[in-house]
Ligand binder design. Structure first.
Ligand code: AHR
Length: 324
C-alpha cells in the first residue's frame, strides 16, 4: 500500500468517526419519552436499566413512564409526551393492536416514535423504526433444540405462553410450532398464558402437572420467557420431580436466574434476548436527526442458544448486576 493510499484511508476513517460522534452528540439535551410496559420479568427490569444508562451516556433527558402492564396507561403516557412536546418517543408496546390513533397523533406532531422489543399491527409509516428480536426465530431455535434433544422419543410438551395479544407470545408460539412440525413424536399437550411472570408461570405449571398424571406424562416445558420457566421449575420440584431431567425446561431471554438453574441442572436451554434495545434505537434516532437518514424499518437483534455446555456459571457472573 502506498503512503498516499494509507493517508486517504486514514482521512476517510477520520471523517467517518467525526460524523459518528457528531451524530451521537446531537442527542445531548434532548427530551425522550419512554413508555415501558411494566416490570413483569427480570429481562424487562434489565431493559429499563439499560435504557436509562444509554440515555445518560448520550446526555438525553429520559422521561420514564411505567404502564403497569396496561395499554391504556401507555396510550395516556404517549399523549402526555406529545403534549409536553418531547423530541422523540420510545415505546415497548404491551400488545400488538390498538395503536393507530395515538401513533397518528405523534406523527402529526412530528415526533418520531421508536418501538422497542415488541411489534405493533399498525402502518409502518407511523413509526421511525422497530428495534426487536426475530421472535419467530426465537421460538424456532427453542423448538429445534427440543427436536435435537428428544430424537425419536415421544415427547409431550406443555407451553407457557407470554401475555395474550403480545407479539412475542404470538411469534414465539408460531416459531416453536414450525420447528416441531413434521416431528410427530413431539406434541404440544397443553398451552396457556403465564403472562410472562414467575408467579403465573408456577401457578399454570401446577395445573399442567395435576392434569398430566402428576407430571409423569410431561416430557418438556416450553416457556416464552425465563421467568415463567423459573416459576415452572419450582412447581416441578414441589411435585417431587426433577426439572431438567424428568421434565426438560427450554425458554427465552437468558437472564441470570436461568443460568443459575442450569448450573443446578434444572434448566436445559435458553435463547438470548439482549436487553440493549435502546442503544441501537438512540443510534438510529441520532442519525435521523443529524441528516434525515432513515434507519432500517426493523433493526433485528441476535437470538443465540445457550445450554449447560456454554459455561452457565460464567454467563451468570457476567450478567448478574446488569440490572436484571
Ligand atoms: O418483549 C420481550 C419479552 O417481554 C421478554 O421475553 C419477556 O421477559 C418480557 O417481559
Amino acid at each position: 500500500m502506498t503512503i498516499i493510499t494509507k493517508l486517504a484511508i486514514a482521512a476517510s476513517l477520520a471523517t467517518a468517526l467525526t460524523s459518528v460522534s457528531i451524530a451521537q452528540d446531537n442527542l445531548k439535551g434532548l427530551v425522550v419519552g419512554f413508555s415501558q410496559i411494566g416490570s413483569e420479568s427480570g429481562w424487562r427490569a434489565a431493559e429499563t436499566s439499560v435504557t436509562r444508562q444509554q440515555a445518560e451516556e448520550r446526555g438525553v433527558d429520559l422521561k420514564f413512564a411505567d404502564a403497569q402492564q396496561k395499554q391504556e396507561n401507555q396510550i395516556k403516557a404517549i399523549r402526555g409526551f406529545i403534549a409536553q412536546g418531547v423530541d422523540a418517543i420510545m415505546v415497548a408496546p404491551v400488545v400488538a393492536t390498538g395503536w393507530d390513533d395515538v401513533l397518528t397523533e405523534a406523527k402529526e406532531a412530528e415526533i418520531p416514535v421508536i418501538l422497542l422489543d415488541r411489534g405493533v399491527d399498525a402502518p409502518e409509516d407511523l413509526y421511525l423504526t422497530s428495534v426487536a428480536s426475530d421472535q419467530v426465530k426465537e421460538g424456532r431455535v427453542a423448538g429445534e433444540w427440543l427436536v435435537g434433544a428428544v430424537g425419536d422419543d415421544d415427547c409431550k410438551v406443555v407451553e407457557l405462553q407470554g401475555t395474550v395479544g403480545s407479539t412475542p407470545a404470538i411469534n414465539r408460539k408460531q416459531g416453536f410450532e414450525e420447528a416441531i412440525a413434521g416431528h410427530d413424536n413431539i406434541t404440544i399437550a397443553r398451552s396457556q398464558t403465564g403472562d410472562f411472570t414467575r408467579s403465573k408461570g408456577k401457578e399454570v405449571m401446577e395445573g399442567f402437572i395435576k392434569a398430566e398424571n402428576g407430571g409423569a406424562d410431561i416430557c418438556a416445558v416450553y416457556a416464552h420467557n425465563d421467568d415463567m420457566a423459573v416459576g415452572a421449575i419450582q412447581a416441578i420440584k414441589d411435585a417431587g420431580l426433577k426439572p431438567g431431567t424428568d421434565i426438560k425446561v427450554v425458554s427465552i431471554d437468558a437472564v441470570p436466574d436461568i443460568f443459575a438453574a442450569m448450573v443446578a441442572g434444572e434448566a436445559n436451554a435458553t435463547v438470548e434476548l439482549t436487553p440493549n434495545m435502546a442503544g441501537p434505537a438512540f443510534d438510529a434516532l441520532s442519525a435521523y436527526l443529524a441528516d434525515g437518514t432513515m434507519p432500517e424499518k426493523f433493526i433485528i437483534t441476535e437470538s443465540k442458544l445457550y445450554t449447560p455446555d456454554d459455561n452457565p456459571q460464567g454467563e451468570y457472573d457476567t450478567r448478574k448486576g446488569l440490572g436484571y
